[in-house]
Design a protein around this ligand. Structure first.
Ligand code: ATP
Ligand code: MG
Length: 357
């Protein structure tokens, strides 16, 4: 297949980890006879330095024309001045909005050979393989808000949560489609015993699943119960779909299960157009430029890119299997190495994945 992929290495360790993921994608292209066309563009702090804009017009145009985008990380102390006109993260928010990326995907799949890194008992976390779909562009974070003073000198503030039928349908549909390609189980998380918005989520998602995905095992779980289930029986879930605020909290809770930040990818996708793929970790300014960052989260983000934007399941699974194999062989970057154990560099880890592929 022919595909154009935009690379946004960004700041801090972003360029180091993206370089390893690019090598893996180039290797996949050669081995499976695909034509991947790569273009690298500025986004984040580096773009502020070069162009005064965290998302320069040329970068945005390239992203819009691409089949998929692979991002490293943006931000760092250099651009943290509260008086600054713009911030690196503003570029990312604008990019998500411009591309209408309304669904955030986060897999939670602890690696078998690293179960001891989990804060949970190994028998509880073993076998966990969850894919979260968090609605990303609606709900409480984007509703009306206000703050006003009261006559007694105190203040009152409010935020509103609203969702339209269409906003619910499109993310539930993507989640259901993904579940059909996995273990055919979909869990919708809400707070329908209290919130009117949740009652609409419940009606709409039930209708979509009944009409379009009758083969799915479908369940609804209240968000407070879900917070407990995630740490008591995480292996009971396949795809979990939920609104923005609940998803924000639950995906961070989920991210703790594998016990290491450097291994977790994420994706933001829409109904059509390019998806955006990135590691969930930040730019890690404390270790930038030292060649010790763990590139595996970004390499796994590249696997998600192949699966969700290019529909290349075999190739995606091959990358994931290669990462598993490398971890099983005992190779560790510093962040996941046992205390006192020897650690390998970013480049060495990338090389090992290539060899395993
Ligand atoms: P952001 O606000 O951009 O999300 P953050 O403050 O949450 O950033 P990170 O940049 O994710 O933090 O870093 C948190 C810690 O994890 C740091 O000590 C960092 O060095 C470490 N870390 C993050 N990513 C990696 C990685 N890929 N490899 C090794 N260590 C990492
Ligand atoms: Mg952070």
């Amino acid at each position: 297949m022919n595909a154009s992929i935009v690379l946004l290495p960004g700041d801090g360790i972003g360029p180091e980890v993206t370089a390893e993921a690019e090598k893996v994608l180039r290797h996949v292209a050669a081995r499976w006879h695909h034509q991947f066309h790569f273009e690298t563009h500025l986004m984040g702090g580096c773009a502020i330095d070069a162009e005064g804009d965290p998302l320069p017009a040329a970068s945005l145009a390239a992203c819009k024309n691409a089949n998929a985008i692979l991002l490293g990380a943006v931000g760092g102390p250099k651009w943290d001045d509260p008086k600054a006109k713009t911030r690196p993260e503003a570029g990312l928010l604008r990019l998500r909005k411009e591309l209408n990326l309304f669904a955030n995907l986060r897999p939670v799949k602890p690696h078998d050979c690293m179960l001891d890194a989990s804060p949970l008992k190994r028998e509880i976390v073993a076998g966990t393989d969850i894919l979260f779909f968090r609605e990303l562009t609606g709900g409480l974070y984007f509703g009306e808000s206000g703050l006003r003073g009261l006559s007694d000198g105190s203040e009152i503030a409010f935020n509103t949560m609203s969702y339209s039928t269409g906003e619910i349908e499109r993310v539930v549909r993507l989640a259901a489609q993904a579940a059909m390609k996995r273990r055919k189980k979909l869990t919708m998380v809400d707070k329908a015993n209290v919130l009117e918005v949740s009652r609409l989520w419940r009606r709409v998602s039930e209708r979509i699943v009944k009409a379009e995905f009758p083969e799915l095992a479908y369940e609804v779980v209240l968000v407070d119960a879900m917070a407990m289930h995630l740490i008591s029986r995480p292996s009971a879930f396949d795809v979990i779909v939920t609104e923005n605020l609940f998803g924000d909290i639950l995906t961070d809770e989920g991210a703790m299960l594998p016990g290491s930040l450097g291994l977790l990818p994420s994706a933001s996708i829409g109904s059509d157009g390019p998806g955006l793929y990135e590691p969930i970790h930040g730019s890690a300014p404390d270790i930038a430029g030292k060649g010790i960052a763990n590139p595996l989260a970004t390499i796994l983000a590249a696997a998600m890119l192949l699966r969700h934007s290019l529909n290349l399941e075999t190739e995606a699974a091959a990358i994931e299997a290669a990462v598993d194999k490398v971890l099983q062989s005992g190779a560790r970057t510093r962040d996941i190495a046992a205390r006192g154990a020897t650690a390998i560099t970013t480049g060495e880890m990338g090389q090992k994945v290539l060899e395993a592929l």
